[in-house]
Ligand binder design. Structure first.
Ligand code: XMP
Length: 338
C-alpha cells in the first residue's frame, strides 16, 4: 500500500531517471483533469524541458482556449503553447454531418497540427543545442518523449477487450491519436483511477474547479451539433452551453453532476415573438450522474433551475426559441447524442 505523497515522489524520480538531465518531453493538453495533472507532474519533474501543446480546434467550449492558457501557464507555471487552429478545423468541418466523419476530420487535423508544432519545438531545441560547443551538448534538448495521460482503466480496456462504446462508435481522444509519432511514451498516470488522479491534482495544488471539471470529448462541440457543422452552429451551441454551465454552477449543483452539456438539435420549431411567428432552432440539455460513464442516470434538476436556464437561453441566444431536457439514461441511450 502506498500514499499519494509517496506516489508523487516515486513518479518524479522515475520521470527524471527516464529523461536524464537533458531530454525533452512534449505532450498535448486539453484543459481536462488528466492531461492537466500529467502536465503539472512533468513540470514538477523536469520544469521547462516539458512542453505542453494545446490545440484550439474551434469546437471547444466558449473561451476555453483562453482559460486553459491562463490556468496552465500563469497559475501552474507549465511551459505551454496554445495553437489557434480553429480556422483550419472549422473549414475542414464546414457542412459535415456524419458523426464518424466529424471525428475523423478532427482526429486527423489534430495530428497534423500537433506534429507541426512538435517539429517547431524540436527545431528550436536543436538550434539551442547547436549553440552549445561541447560535443556532448549536441544531444541536449532532443525531444524524445511524448507524455500520455493514460489512466489505469484505459490500460485495462486496451489490453483486454474493446469496450462496448468503442465498438459502437469510435472514441477519439487527444492522447490516443499520437501513438504513431516516433516518440517514446511516458505515462505517469497509468496506475491510477480517476478519483486518484483528482487526489493527485489536489496535492499538486491544481485549483479545485479544475480538478472537479466535467469531462469533455476530444471531438468537442462537433459531436453535439447534430446536423452539419457551421461557424454559426458553433456560435449558438457555445453560447447556450456557457449559460447552462454558468447556471448550474450558480445553483451550486456542478459537483453533484458527472457531466452536463447542451446539444444543438437538427430541427426547427415554431415559436412566437411579439406578434410574429418564429421558426428557430432547439437546444437539448443533458446532465447525468455516473461513476464510470459505462452507465449513467439522467439528473433530476430542481424545476426553478431548469426554468431559469431555459428562459436565459431563449432570451440570450439568437436563433433558439425552444429548450428541451433529455431524460434518458445509459443504457439504452449513451451520454453523448452522437
Ligand atoms: P458515451 O456517449 O459513449 O460517453 O456514453 C461516455 C463518455 O465518453 C465521452 N465521449 C468521448 N470522449 N472522444 C472522447 O474523448 C469521443 O469521441 C467521445 N465520445 C464520447 C463522453 O463525453 C462521456 O464522458
Amino acid at each position: 500500500h502506498w500514499t499519494m505523497e509517496e506516489f508523487i515522489g516515486k513518479e518524479i524520480a522515475r520521470i527524471r531517471a527516464i529523461c536524464g538531465s537533458t531530454g525533452r518531453v512534449i505532450g498535448a493538453v486539453s484543459g481536462g483533469v488528466d492531461s492537466t495533472v500529467a502536465a503539472k507532474l512533468m513540470h514538477e519533474a523536469i520544469g521547462d524541458r516539458f512542453h505542453a501543446i494545446m490545440v484550439d480546434n474551434g469546437v471547444l467550449r466558449l473561451n476555453e482556449g483562453k482559460q486553459v492558457h491562463e490556468m496552465l501557464n500563469n497559475d501552474l507555471g507549465v511551459n505551454l503553447t496554445v495553437v489557434d487552429a480553429s480556422d483550419l478545423f472549422l473549414s475542414r468541418l464546414d457542412g459535415i454531418d456524419d458523426p464518424e466523419q466529424k471525428r475523423k476530420i478532427i482526429g486527423n487535423t489534430f495530428i497534423n497540427v500537433f506534429e507541426a508544432e512538435a517539429a517547431k519545438i524540436e527545431a528550436a531545441a536543436a538550434e539551442e543545442a547547436q549553440n552549445g560547443d561541447a560535443q556532448g551538448e549536441k544531444k541536449k534538448g532532443r525531444v524524445e518523449w511524448l507524455l500520455q495521460g493514460t489512466l489505469y482503466p484505459d490500460v485495462i480496456e486496451s489490453i483486454s477487450f474493446k469496450g462496448p462504446s468503442a465498438t459502437i462508435k469510435t472514441h477519439h481522444n487527444v492522447g490516443g491519436l499520437l501513438k504513431d509519432m516516433k516518440l517514446k511514451l511516458i505515462e505517469p498516470l497509468r496506475e491510477l483511477f480517476k478519483d486518484e488522479v483528482r487526489a493527485l491534482g489536489r496535492l499538486l495544488n491544481i485549483p479545485a474547479p479544475l480538478v472537479q471539471r466535467h469531462p469533455f470529448p476530444g471531438p468537442g462541440l462537433a459531436i453535439r451539433i447534430l446536423g452539419p457543422v457551421t461557424r454559426e452552429q458553433v456560435r449558438i451551441l457555445q453560447q447556450a452551453d456557457a449559460i447552462y454551465i454558468e447556471e448550474i454552477r450558480r445553483a451550486g449543483l456542478y459537483d453533484q453532476i458527472a457531466q452536463a452539456f447542451a446539444v444543438l438539435l437538427p430541427v426547427r420549431a415554431v415559436g412566437v415573438m411579439g406578434d410574429k411567428r418564429t421558426y428557430e432552432q432547439v437546444i437539448a440539455l443533458r446532465a447525468v450522474q455516473s461513476e464510470d460513464f459505462m452507465t449513467a442516470d439522467w439528473y433530476v434538476f430542481p424545476p426553478e433551475v431548469l426554468r431559469r436556464i431555459s428562459s436565459r437561453i431563449t432570451n440570450e441566444v439568437a436563433g433558439v426559441n425552444r429548450v428541451t431536457y433529455d431524460i434518458s439514461s445509459k443504457p439504452p441511450a449513451t451520454v453523448e447524442w452522437l
